[in-house]
Design a protein around this ligand. Structure first.
Ligand code: HEC
Ligand code: HEC
Length: 285
């Protein structure tokens, strides 16, 4: 028997309780379970050395500590592993937004020669020799991994509690930071909504490459847990991030010099810390 599980998943405070799914891949407990098993299985890589969770570590807000991702044979990529939180509401995937759906995205790291380096047909051959997985084909693999990723939810932070009416959930300094975030510092023009992102591409002046039209605004949930920052891991802490925005050198019209004072910078950083709350994943009761 397969049960539709949508209504039973506990969504943390601050997020829409409806988790969107494509019509042909509703959330079901069996697909979520299978996806979770695959996500943590190192056999998905050529030399059995890394799983999805190696780079997207549940104990590090589903990223890792490397400025750029490290794949099989210690190959270093060019981009940082993003935190994969609340991606159920994503509309484009990867830093440059080149993938249109999670079902499309999740198969790519497996075949990517500098990530898991296992071409899809070889991955399927390998998985079909394992009792836990067989029989499995590409659509089943994609649907399972995508379903599990959709269950990775971050919310119930002091910020969410404050918005829900608990005035003391944010310190006075954090409340000042929130005012700056929405006002003088203009962060809200891109980092907005329940997931603090507009899901759009922007050129914010972080080492743009000529072939990149822009980088997708990342969510800021759990941000204080997830240094280093930016798509190339070039900012070592939140201080460096704020100093980057304060300079305001970028093509995007919403980026301009901010003239923040030192206490204002500190308030913004303290506010960003209030975005760290609870992470839920899988079928956690
Ligand atoms: C070697 C490290 C590494 C491994 C292993 C890895 N990823 Fe990633 N992941 C990355 C990097 C780096 C990016 C961003 C790449 C880019 O933007 O070009 C990414 C992007 C993503 C995204 C897009 C997030 C967003 O918001 O755009 C998802 C979802 C994701 N990975 C899921 C997975 C899954 C599922 C697996 C296992 C099948 C996996 N990853 C394996 C490093 C890794
Ligand atoms: C014009 C849109 C825009 C504005 C305005 C903006 N951001 Fe961003 N933000 C982005 C984009 C795009 C990135 C990804 C940049 C990159 O990695 O190259 C980003 C990245 C970040 C990161 C790093 C996230 C990560 O996962 O590494 C933090 C932290 C951040 N922004 C905070 C802020 C704060 C604080 C403000 C206000 C001072 C702000 N942003 C204003 C679009 C914006």
């Amino acid at each position: 028997m397969m049960w539709l599980l949508l209504f039973a998943l506990k969504v943390p405070l601050g997020l829409d309780t409806h988790i969107p799914t494509p019509p042909d891949n509703p959330l079901r407990d069996d697909t979520i379970r299978l996806g979770r098993k695959l996500f943590f299985d190192k056999r998905l890589s050529r030399d059995n050395s890394l799983s999805c969770a190696t780079c997207h570590d549940p104990n590090r807000a589903f990223t890792d500590q490397n400025p750029q991702a490290i794949g099989v044979n210690h190959q270093t990529g060019t981009r940082r592993s993003p935190r994969i939180l609340n991606r159920a509401w994503g509309t484009k995937f990867f830093w440059d937004g080149r993938s249109p759906s999670l079902e499309d995205q999740v198969l790519q790291p497996i075949a990517n020669p500098i990530e898991m380096a296992l071409p899809l047909n070889e991955a399927l051959e390998k998985l079909n020799q394992i009792d836990d997985y067989k029989p499995i084909d590409a659509p089943k693999l994609a649907k399972a991994l995508a379903s599990y990723v959709r269950t990775i939810l971050a919310g119930n932070s002091p910020y969410d509690q404050y918005l829900a009416g608990n005035q003391s959930a944010l310190t006075p300094q954090q409340q000042k930071g929130l005012q700056l975030f929405r006002g003088k510092a203009n962060c809200i023009s891109c980092h907005l909504g329940p997931n603090l992102t507009d899901e759009e591409l922007h050129q914010t002046g972080v080492h743009p490459k000529p072939q990149e039209k822009g980088i997708k605004t990342p969510s800021l949930r759990q941000i204080a847990q997830a240094a280093p920052y930016f798509h190339d891991g070039s900012a070592k802490d939140l201080n460096e991030v704020i100093n980057h925005y304060n300079k305001g050198e970028a093509e995007d019209p919403e980026i301009r010099p901010l003239h923040l004072t030192e206490p204002e910078k500190q308030s913004l950083i303290e506010f960003l810390k209030s975005l760290t709350g609870e992470i839920r994943e899988g079928l956690q009761p």
